[in-house]
Design a protein. Sequence first.
Length: 108
Amino acid sequence: MNVANNIKSTIMKIEGAKEYMEFLKERSQFESVDKSLVGALMGTLTTCKFDSTRTMHQYVTEMIDTTIKLRSIGMEVSENFLVQFIINYLPFKYGAFQIFFQNLYMWM
């Protein structure tokens, strides 16, 4: 079995295990997996809306869980951002609560 020259040129000759592990770490796909996971979790965070098919507690818990998953892979989401996200995606019937919260939040 012959290996094509263009493939051979991309494979480095490595002497030791430590050097080989560093090489694998550089070439690994973990970073791209993290990026795709961040994209999926951000998509979940931005499309999650309270629609009265579940309780408010379940809605907020799902948003918090998604934020915790993002934090676990190194993406920092501030608490203020999360609170604003939750408040902004409430349905129209919660308008009075949104206004009250915005005014209260402004004075904190």
